[in-house]
Design a protein around this ligand. Sequence first.
Ligand code: SF4
Length: 139
Amino acid sequence: MTEQPRLKLSPKVSDEIRKTTCYMCACRCGINVHLTDGRVSYIEGNRDHPVNKGVLCAKGSAGIMQHTSPARLRAPLRRVGPRGSGEFEEISWEEALETARGWLAPLRETAPEKLAFFTGRDQSQSFTGWWAQAFGTPN
Ligand code: SF4
């Protein structure tokens, strides 16, 4: 009788696991982030976490795209076509910051409260709140 090749029913998906919380929404489910050669390769729910007990929604699974999506922004963009045309060019951080400074400095000197600062649900609200306060706007 010839020996059959052994099937790998549970191949290793990573070489390292880091435990953290999902930041794709405000629930903060516990997740195990699998890394392969230091790069995120898989995200699963953490069964020991009291919030989700191992369950992970589709949005949480898609968190991997925050790191691997080819559409991820990698540099500041400046619109070069008509609004809505989707035409942009990459610019340096120095140019982006100088552009923002040029827009914001005159406003800060005259009426900083006219700036309404909106960031959506980001993960650094305490920092953005601090920034708005330092700028001089309560808005
Ligand atoms: S796994 Fe889903 S429900 Fe849980 S924090 Fe992430 S996005 Fe929110």
